[in-house]
Design a protein around this ligand. Structure first.
Ligand code: HXC
Length: 511
């Protein structure tokens, strides 16, 4: 008797686990995609998944839906662990009614989001859905609204990560859009507000789904997504790697990992990283890798605005967010794209108590109508604002140029940078010697010798870190080879930092 009951449960489970059935699973695989359940199994530590609402079904009776009530209603939800640390997960099942979102499908997602906020663990959403369940109409829209509300409430409370592994279109894109990170899979995922057919009708443009909203578009052009991966397996592995850097919630510090790299490790090669010619680029990533524990760097938005680098490293086993100008791309200039990219990253770090290391080699803001007309003033202000409001430990190293407004923006002492170092090769000034000379010695403009002399004088006076150091704007001029040691010790000294800002409801960052 009891055996029959248990047997029945097993049958129910087996049925639910089949989702939309063998045929649709085969179709999913033939597109190079894993099923919703396979994705969850791969994302979480083996055997750690605790599922909720496996038997939940929709309540719709219109359009013959009462004849079709698949268990689970097109989304798999629950929690499990990633390297032993808890996360909540939802994974939309495209084999069940195209993963479309009904009122009950949305309720399942909302349930785990509520639990994640209450219990302080990240939410990872795997998106693979035909959008609003057409048979349910406005009930489906209401469901999306409930999810959106929770995305907003959870923002800055627990990390939220989205994996886009199939269609994600229409208003549905706005849930991932409000999460902290979006990862896409090349050739099998897309996101757009309106699809190619509507685009064709309205604007007469002819584009494929891939061109309009594929992984390449969103990592290189729109910056909606943070990274693109070759397939589901790689994307999931990389999300696991990212989660290892992040705290569980905004009340906890990021995890501390064992490390096997001497914090005082000197890197003699850094003494010659900066080329003799100040206009010659060098690769800032080399510096990041040489500072990081075990040379491990998790880059965010690698394919967008290469003139600034953002990502996570560990120092003495502890997560540090890195923002660094990249002289190899546009001379490391700040522009609209790089300011937006870095500002969002700085704000993420500040939400979740991740200290920020800023590496500076910046010639200023990019000039031109292209920038001004598109609002570089407002977008540049985002980065300035983000640094100024960040209360996490902030350590800055100027390697070479730190000119003008961009000097102030890049986590300067003036924006409450805690410890600001400069290499002896630094040039901290209002602008480069040539530009400065042309302005303050305009009268000598025709005399090349005089101009050269003035430029040399200016360089002698300002193209160094010492004027700033004399004023205390730089705490110490350090040997490049000692950077890892100095930066590690600086962050160690800031572990108990407490800094509060004036009370406010929230700020009004220039959006
Ligand atoms: C109900 C859906 C569905 C949906 C797909 N299906 N989308 N059922 N509501 N939105 C079902 C199909 O009927 C089919 O069922 C199965 O899922 C697989 O779909 P196919 O079309 O066979 O798959 P494919 O060829 O891969 O095409 C996928 C697709 C297409 C491009 C997503 O299904 C599609 O265009 N769907 C409609 C998309 C849409 O217009 N959604 C509403 C957008 S508005 P069977 O039984 O045959 O397997 C929206 C607003 C959100 O989302 C607003 C938030 C505020």
């Amino acid at each position: 008797m009891m055996k029959d009951i248990l047997q029945k449960l097993e049958e129910h489970r087996a049925q639910a686990q089949l989702g939309g059935g063998e045929k649709r699973i085969a179709a999913q695989h033939s597109k190079g995609k894993l099923t919703a359940r396979e994705r969850v199994e791969l994302l979480l530590d083996e055997g750690s998944f605790e599922e909720f609402d496996m038997f939940k079904t929709h309540r719709c009776t219109d359009f013959g839906m009462d004849q079709q009530k698949p268990a689970g209603d097109g989304v798999i939800t629950g929690w499990g662990t990633i390297n032993g640390r808890m996360v909540y997960v939802f994974s939309q099942d495209f084999t069940v009614l195209g993963g479309s979102v009904s009122a009950t499908h949305a309720e399942k997602i909302c349930k785990i989001m509520d639990m994640a906020m209450q219990n302080g663990a990240p939410v990872i959403g795997i998106n693979d859905s035909g959008g609003a369940r057409i048979q349910e109409g406005v009930d489906s829209l209401a469901g999306y609204g409930e999810v959106f509300k929770r995305n907003i409430q959870a923002s800055g409370v627990v990390p939220q990560i989205s994996l886009i592994m199939g269609p994600c279109a229409g208003g549905a894109v706005y849930s991932p859009a409000m999460t902290d990170f979006i990862f896409m899979v090349k050739d099998s995922s897309y996101m757009f507000v309106t699809g190619p057919d509507v685009v064709k009708t309205v604007t007469n443009e002819q584009v494929t789904s891939e061109e309009l909203g594929g992984a390449s578009t969103h990592t290189k052009k729109s910056s909606v997504a943070d990274a693109a991966f070759e397939n589901d397996v790689e994307a999931i592995a990389e999300v696991r790697r990212l989660v290892d850097f992040l705290p569980m919630n905004n009340q906890q510090k990021p995890p501390v990992r064992p490390f096997f790299d001497e914090p005082h490790r000197a890197e003699a090669s850094l003494d010659t990283l900066i080329p003799e010619n100040p206009n010659q680029p060098y690769d800032m990533k080399e510096l990041i890798l040489k500072i990081a524990d075990e040379g491990d760097f998790y880059e965010i938005q690698e394919d967008f605005a290469g003139n600034i680098i953002t990502g996570f490293i560990r120092l003495e086993g502890q997560t540090v967010g890195v923002v660094a100008n990249q002289p190899m791309v546009l001379a490391g200039v700040l522009d609209i794209d790089s300011s937006r990219k870095a500002a969002r990253f700085v704000r993420f770090c500040d939400c979740f108590e991740i200290p920020i290391l800023t590496l500076v080699d910046v010639p200023g803001f990019l000039p031109g109508t292209g920038q001004e007309y598109r609002g570089v003033i407002k977008h540049g202000a985002k980065l300035l604002f983000a640094y100024g409001e960040a209360t996490v430990p902030k350590v800055t190293v100027i390697t070479r140029k730190a000119y003008g407004g961009a000097y102030v923006v890049m986590s300067s002492k003036h924006l409450q940078g805690d410890i600001n170092y400069a290499w002896p090769t630094s040039e901290i000034a209002v602008m480069g010697a040539k530009g400065a000379t042309e302005i303050i010695h305009r009268a000598d403009a025709g005399d090349a010798d005089k101009i050269a002399q003035h430029a040399a004088d200016y360089e002698e006076r300002f193209a160094n870190p010492f004027v700033a150091a004399e004023r205390g704007f730089i705490d110490e001029v350090i040997m490049p080879q000692s950077t890892r040691k100095r930066v590690s010790r600086a962050f160690a000294s800031l572990r108990n930092k407490k800094l509060s800002m004036p009370w406010k409801k929230h700020d009004n960052i220039p959006l």
